[in-house]
Ligand binder design. Structure first.
Ligand code: ATP
Length: 727
């Protein structure tokens, strides 16, 4: 009983230990064995006889575990059937056979056959070699010993039956054995029941396992699908990754480029920082300069005002100086004896050596001498330059806005044209005055603006001709012009050509054009004598850029016709008429100048074309300079005295006739007059000198201020440039 119980427990333990649900695929193969066991049990329950058939086992073993036939366990799974199941199955089949076939019906051969069947069974299950003792013992184990004993007893019993037929003691034993076997059978049945329960349990477990397997398969399928989708997703992700990798690569390159750009920008930013620092510095500097500029501008404005005031002051002073010297000034110039005169042995009628301080002594006939005093006396040795030194201030007056008239008066051939025009290498007053005008204009550039026009005309036989009209030939009859009064104190000649000139070359070209057109003829008095008044009119329009003051002034440069007396020339007819007209105009000019000098109420400008033309430049605060040209020739002394008398009249100071041989009283009176005149002259000279000094100092001041202004302007300009170039 204990053995059977032990076997049953063992099988139970082993069976429960081998749960299909928990088993590996090899363990799941135990399913067919359980099925065969179940089959065997059912059969034993019905007929208590279980025929052993290897094929059935094989079939069972080959039959899939689950009805769905989805078992993966092949027939070889049988080889993996646990031993306890095989042993239990073998036992269940064999023992009842031996017991129920019993000693009554079974032969020892059948027992042997049973042993052989056992062997076969063992072979079929465990595959040991037939009859191999180790195989049997290994299958049967400890229980096998009992069975063997039973077998032996059966055999022995059989023998006793054969030997001792009818002996009942054996029956008792057999009954005991039988009862034992019955108990064992019961035990086996219980085991079987346990096994069946276990089997059912296992079946349920199997079903559960199948269900779980199915679920697992479904899960697997889902997982597979999921994996597929995941694979698809992964593929997509891989592609995406590739794209991202490419993007990353591109981004890396971009990043590199950006990094290098960043470095460049960093450097640039550093430079910019430096620039900003510089800019800040510059801004401060600019601000300083702007402040400086503002203060300079204020200073400049003040200077401008001061400059304007001082310019006016200078102009007034200069004008006063001119006025002190005389608005009507007379310079006497004597030409040298020409070659012909020297050849003829002509002697000098003019004494320059004994004359001093603008005095001129003319030796008259019968040992008489006449002293003349002029503003300046130029001996034959004094050149054009020396003459112009004293003439130049008039050019300044013109640019200051005063009308000026410079003319040469004298007998034919005394050097009027030479003084006014001169020639190349010895330019006269015309050229030099214009040159001086342009020099001063350039000097005043930036402060004043000037516009210069030049007209050239002649007055011949009391007719005005424009010498700049094209096609004008010497002696040809040109359009007659008239003098018109445009406004109070403004006279002009309508239709007169006014050539605008901007430099000396242009101006000189215009002057030359006019000179060439001048009417030239010959007289008995001189081989080349002009019988017309050649007049150059220079119009100056000026603007003071500091205060906007505008001026309009006129400069007349006149080479008058010869002043010889009609009687001396022996002129007749046309020449006589010319001479009379010349005398008329010159006489009218003398009258006008004389009236101006004596500040007469009536100035007879209308007596001749010449005086009408010169009206603006002879009246008011105009300046007049007369060159009285004389001949040194003793033979011309009469004409010389006439010219000098005329000039003296013009100057308004007539020292009177100097007599060499005069009584003491008369002499004393003349000496007293001369002394007074000298004193007056000296006082005037002192005044003039002090005024000149004042003017010079003012001019120096103005120059310094001009320089300062220009420097300031340059500085401001540089600052602005610097600012702009930085920005
Ligand atoms: N200061 C001088 N020095 C040298 N030569 C002179 C001087 N003055 C005049 N002459 C000469 O005397 C000559 C006559 O001069 P010019 O023709 O200028 O006289 P004029 O008064 O103009 O005569 P006209 O009335 O006929 O025009 C010229 O040859 C000139 O060169």
């Amino acid at each position: 009983m204990e053995e059977g119980s032990g076997r049953g427990d063992r099988g139970k333990v082993q069976g429960s230990g081998g749960r299909i649900g928990d088993a590996s695929p090899g363990e799941v193969a135990a399913g067919p064995a359980s099925a065969s066991v179940r089959k065997a049990v059912k059969m034993s329950e019905t007929c208590d006889f279980i025929p052993y058939d290897d094929n059935d086992d094989d079939e069972d073993s080959e039959q899939p575990l689950d009805s769905g036939g989805s078992s993966d366990a092949p027939c070889e799974g049988m080889h993996d059937t646990p031993d306890y199941i095989r042993r239990g199955a073998a036992r269940l089949r064999i023992a009842p056979l031996e017991l129920f076939s019993g000693p009554s019906s079974q032969e020892p051969s059948s027992l042997a056959k049973g042993g052989a069947a056992l062997e076969t069974s063992n072979n079929g299950v465990a595959a040991p070699k037939a009859g191999h003792p180790e195989g049997i013992s290994s299958i049967i184990g400890a229980d096998g010993a009992q069975e063997a004993t039973i077998g032996c007893q059966s055999v022995h019993g059989t023998r006793h039956i054969e030997e001792d037929k009818g002996k009942c003691n054996c029956c008792g034993q057999l009954k005991q054995q039988y009862s034992l076997l019955l108990r064992e059978k019961e035990e086996c049945r219980r085991v079987l029941e346990d096994l069946m329960r276990e089997n059912e349990l296992k079946s349920r477990e199997c079903h559960e396992a199948q269900a779980s397997l199915h679920e697992l398969k479904m899960e697997l399928m889902r997982k597979s699908m999921h994996v597929g989708s995941l694979a698809f997703a992964v593929e997509g992700q891989v592609k995406e990754k590739g794209r991202w990798c490419q993007l990353l690569k591109d981004l890396s390159e971009k990043f590199k480029a950006l990094k290098s750009g960043h470095l460049i920008l960093l450097q640039e930013s550093l430079e910019c920082k430096r620039f900003v620092a510089d800019a800040t510095h510059m801004t401060r500097t600019i601000q300083q300069h702007v402040n400086q500029y503002a203060s300079l501008e204020r200073e400049f404005k003040d200077l401008k005002e001061k400059f304007s005031e001082e310019t006016k002051e200078r102009k007034d002073l200069y004008n006063k100086l001119i006025e002190l010297k005389g608005n009507i000034r007379v310079f006497c110039r004597c030409r040298p004896l020409n070659g012909e005169e020297i050849e003829e042995g002509a002697s000098m009628a003019v004494d320059f050596e004994s004359a001093k301080g603008g005095e001129l002594i003319v030796r008259g006939h019968v040992s008489s001498k006449k002293v003349f005093r002029f503003d300046s006396v130029f001996s034959p040795e004094e050149d054009q330059e020396k003459v112009f030194e004293k003439t130049a201030p008039f050019a300044t007056s013109v640019l200051d806005g005063y009308n000026v008239c410079i003319f040469a008066y004298g007998q034919t051939g005394t050097g009027k044209t030479f003084t006014m025009e001169g020639f190349e290498g010895a330019r006269g007053v015309n050229y030099r005055t214009l040159e001086e005008l342009f020099r001063i204009i350039n000097e005043r550039q930036g402060l004043f603006q000037y516009e210069i026009t030049v007209s050239v005309l002649e007055v011949y036989n009391e007719q005005i001709h424009d010498l700049l009209l094209t096609g004008t030939q010497p002696g040809a009859t040109t359009k007659r012009l008239e003098v018109r009064q445009a406004a109070e104190g403004v006279h002009h000649v309508p239709g007169l050509v006014e050539a605008r000139v901007t430099n000396m070359d242009e101006a000189w070209e215009v002057l030359q054009t006019g000179s060439k057109a001048r009417v030239v003829g010959s007289t008995n008095a001189n081989e080349r004598s002009s019988r017309s008044h050649c007049m150059h009119c220079v119009m100056v329009r000026g603007e003071n850029l500091m205060n906007g003051e505008q001026t309009k002034s006129k400069l007349w440069l006149i080479d008058l016709a010869g002043s010889e007396r009609v009687a001396k020339t022996d002129a007749q007819g046309e020449r006589l008429k010319e001479a009379q007209n010349i005398n008329l105009s010159l006489s009218a000019l003398g009258d006008v100048i004389s009236a101006l000098a004596t500040k007469s109420q009536h100035i007879p400008f209308r007596n001749s074309k010449l005086t009408r033309l010169l009206q603006d430049s002879l009246s008011g605060d105009s300046k007049t300079l007369m060159f009285v040209q004389i001949s040194p020739n003793e033979n011309d002394v009469g004409e010389t005295l006439c010219s000098l008398n005329f000039a003296s009249r013009v100057r308004g100071v007539e020292l009177g006739q100097a007599r060499k041989q005069v009584d003491v009283g008369e002499l004393s009176r003349y000496k007293l007059m001369a002394g007074r005149a000298k004193q007056d002259s000296k006082n005037k000279d002192v005044q003039i000198k002090s005024m000149e000094e004042a003017i010079q100092s003012l001019e120096a001041k103005n120059k310094a201020k001009d320089l300062l202004t220009m420097n300031l302007q340059e500085k401001v300009l540089q600052t602005c440039l610097t600012s702009f170039s930085f920005l």
